[in-house]
Ligand binder design. Sequence first.
Ligand code: ADP
Length: 290
Amino acid sequence: RIVVVGSANLDLVVTAPTLPRPGETVLGGEFTTVPGGKGANQAVAAARAGGRVGFVGAVGDDDFARPQRDNLVAAGVDVSRLRAVPGPSGVALIAVDRRAENLIVVAPGANAALTGLDAADRAAISGADVLLCQLEIPVQTVAEAAATARAAGTVVVLNAAPARRLPADLLATVDLLVVNEGEAEVLAGRPAEPGDLLDLVPRVVMTLGARGAAYADRDGLRLDVAAPAVEAVDTTAAGDAFTGALAVAWAEGRPVAEAVRWACAAGAVCATRPGASSSLPTRAEIEAVA
Ligand code: ADP
C-alpha cells in the first residue's frame, strides 16, 4: 500500500492568444477546470499504475472541493483521510497562450491548513509500504509524516518539488529522493548529478525529460535509464506520472533498474497526451511501452 501526504488543487485554465502584461486585459478562449496539485496527481498516477493508494490532504469548503474529491475517488484512491477545512480550496490560476507559454499563480488555500497529522493519519502511514510526499504542503507536515513512516519501517519517497532546500530532520528520514535537474541544483547549491546528492540521502532518482532518468545509491549502484522514444505533445504531469509509477514499483519490491524503467515508461506515455491529471497512464498503458 502507498500513502500520499500532499497537495490538492483545482487548476483553473484559460487559453488566450497572448498572455497579458501587468495591467493589461486580454480576451481569452475556452475555460476549463482540471483537478491538480502534485500530491493528488501522484496519488492518481500511482492508483492508475495499479497501486493501492490512500491520500492524506485537505480541500476547502467551497465549490472547488467536490471535483477534486471526485477525481481521486474515480481513480480508486482512498479519500478517508482527505479533510475539508474552512475556507478556500487550493487553486492554480493558469493562462496558456498559443505557443503553450503559461502564467501560473497558485493559491495554496486548504493545503496551507495541513499543519499536522492526527492519529488516524499516522496509523495509515505506519501501515503502508511506501509514503510518498512532495513539497506543496507545509514542510513540517512532510517531516512529521516522514518521521512517522521511518519509525514504522515504511519506505519514505520524497519528490522534492517545487524546488527548495530541505531541513536536516526531513533529509534524515528520506529513503529515496526523486528530483529533476532544477530541483537537484537547488538542493546541491550547484548543477548536480544524482551521485552528488548522496551525502544528503541514501538513494536518488533524477528525471531528465526526454533523456529518461538516472539513479545513484550509497551502495555504489549507478544507472542511466533511457526514456522510450515517443511523440511528446505535452509534458505537463510527466514528472507526476513518473513518481507515482515509481512508488508503485517500489512498493511491489521490484528491482531498481526495472522500477526506474517502468517509471520512465509512465512519464513517456503521459507526455504523448495533452493535459495534466487527465493524461496519467493506466498500468496497461505503461506495460505497453516499458
Ligand atoms: P519534470 O516535468 O518534473 O521536470 P521530466 O520533464 O524530467 O519531469 O519528465 C519526467 C519523466 O517523464 C522523464 O524522466 C521521462 O521518463 C518522461 N518524459 C518526459 N518528457 C519526455 C519526452 N519528451 N519523451 C519521453 N519521455 C519523456
